[in-house]
Design a protein around this ligand. Structure first.
Ligand code: UDP
Length: 237
């Protein structure tokens, strides 16, 4: 039997929100789960979930006047809330997922370990990586690269609000140019904050391919699986 293609899918917490990017809404996340169900016979998914629908240390923490390290702690906990939500929604589609927590929280999931990840990969079971890297001042983008390396994923798929990596914001400029293939350094310079610098640095160091596409587009994951040209590809080239 052919091995499944290992994919690290980074889901922003905003995938749990509606078009206003503020209110909880099932549409996007249910569509993502339906697509995962279709791809599971051929793909093994590690899901890194963000917490941006609840709390980002840099934003909400700042608004509340929190000290940065405590604010990031709240963001880390927010990713764990989303992990529990995601596991439940996946289970409703008969997908059993193991939650790994970067900070210990036995009721929510098991502590992350390399052995645990590889045992789950061997069972070809979906994984949900929560708690970010476990450290403040990082984001779940860096966590996505870290966990992709740990599960030996062939690609990271990062769903965003735009179709790929542009030279300027396509929501503001009609003539924004989409890069189909781009190096890590050029992506970092042109990414319009599509991923944060530590994530790019780690991906570049270990030559981890990243694909960026619009998660809000219909059947985005299916298109990513069927068409290597879908979205933008960030690699050594
Ligand atoms: N966070 C952190 N360390 C990590 C990952 C996340 O401190 O390793 C905090 C950080 O404050 C971040 C928040 O958790 O803003 C939520 O994660 P992220 O912003 O990546 O969520 P997303 O934008 O993907 O929904």
């Amino acid at each position: 039997m052919a091995h499944k293609k290992r994919i690290l899918l980074k889901l922003t917490g905003e995938a749990f929100l509606g078009p206003d990017h503020k209110t909880l809404c099932p549409a996007t996340i249910q569509s993502v789960i339906k697509q995962i169900t279709e791809l599971i016979p051929t793909h093994l998914f590690g899901l890194v979930v963000g917490g941006g629908n609840f709390f980002r240390g840099k934003n909400e923490g700042k608004t509340l006047g929190m000290t940065p390290s405590s604010a990031h702690q709240v963001g880390i906990l927010a990713t764990m809330l989303n992990g529990v939500i995601l596991k439940d929604l996946l289970a409703q589609h008969n997908i059993t997922a193991t939650i790994f927590c970067a900070i210990e929280c036995p009721p929510a999931g098991e502590p992350i370990s390399q052995q645990g990840i590889m045992a789950t990969v061997k069972k070809e079971q979906t994984m949900i990586f929560t708690g970010g890297t476990g450290n403040p001042f990082f984001t779940t983008d860096t966590n996505a690269v870290l966990r992709a390396l740990q599960m030996e994923a062939c690609e990271i798929w990062k769903g965003t609000k735009v179709d790929g990596v542009y030279d300027k914001d396509p929501h503001l400029y009609n003539d924004a140019k989409l890069f189909k293939n781009i190096s890590y350094k050029d992506a970092l310079n042109n990414s319009l904050q599509i991923m944060d610098p530590p994530a790019f640095a780690l991906a570049e160091q270990y030559k981890q391919t990243i694909r960026i596409f619009n998660i809000f587009e219909d059947n985005a994951l299916i298109k990513a699986a069927q068409n290597p040209e879908f979205g933008s590809r960030i690699s050594c080239s």
